[in-house]
Unconditional design. Structure first.
Length: 236
């Protein structure tokens, strides 16, 4: 029996729902969803939560209300997965993408072409659910809408899971014949993507705090000036 931890099918969306609808601690949510605590904190600070539509783990059976209540009662309690997410099986053929997400495909393709050129067109087509013609058009910038295409992480866009993308990058690197001692830096790069996101979110939060502090100082200074003006008027 595998000791591999089991996480929700959509960890970010589940974490977003738990932040908005429960009193669980950031640590509890992060551990249950397999995320970094700073990612969960960013959702609570509205720096990242807006990117995800909350997913109720009660509906999927991954959690029960009783389990959530135990966690809310004791901050030290670690939530237990009640029902492991079902593996999604699919027949051969292009990946189905909801209509609402199809307009995001070019952005996801452009991101992969920029950050992971080792991935083949066939692999991109299977991951995103697109054609080689579209991929080639985006690569050589002959796509009809190239002016409006902005590279975005396909995981953030909901076009694939982080696990799928990581596995594909690993396979592509091995197929490219990267020496064994060069595979670790490649793996580190996958980890650094999350670290970069965390640093970006931290920087945004610090900038927001600084802006609020400067605004407060400005308001205090204006109040002092008004008080001085009032004193001058009364003295006269």
């Amino acid at each position: 029996m595998s000791n591999q931890p089991t996480y929700p099918l959509m960890p970010h969306a589940t974490a977003s729902w738990l932040v908005d609808n429960t009193a669980l601690t950031f640590e509890q949510i992060a551990e249950f969803c397999g995320l970094h605590i700073l990612e969960v904190q960013a959702m609570a600070d509205d720096l990242a939560g807006a990117k995800y539509t909350g997913r109720n783990p009660l509906h999927s059976g991954e959690l029960t209300q009783a389990e959530i209540d135990r966690g809310q009662t004791s901050p030290e309690y670690r939530l237990k997965m009640q029902r492991a997410p079902l593996a999604v099986s699919r027949t051969k053929g292009p990946r189905y993408t909801p209509v609402s997400k199809r307009q995001d495909k070019p952005d996801g393709i452009a991101w992969i072409l920029r950050h992971h050129p080792e991935i083949s067109d066939a692999q991109i087509g299977k991951l995103i659910g697109t054609t080689r013609t579209t991929i080639a058009a985006i690569r050589d910038r002959s796509h009809w809408n190239i002016g409006n295409i902005n590279p975005k992480d396909p995981v953030t866009l909901g076009l694939c899971s982080q696990r799928e993308l990581d596995m594909l990058v690993s396979k592509a690197s091995k197929r490219a014949g990267a020496p064994a001692d060069e595979e670790l830096p490649g793996t580190d790069r996958l980890g650094s993507d999350r670290d970069a996101l965390i640093e970006e979110l931290r920087a945004e939060r610090e900038a927001h705090t600084k802006a609020l502090s400067e605004a407060a100082q400005h308001a205090e200074a204006m109040a002092w000036l008004e008080a001085r003006r009032a004193e001058g008027i009364s003295d006269s």
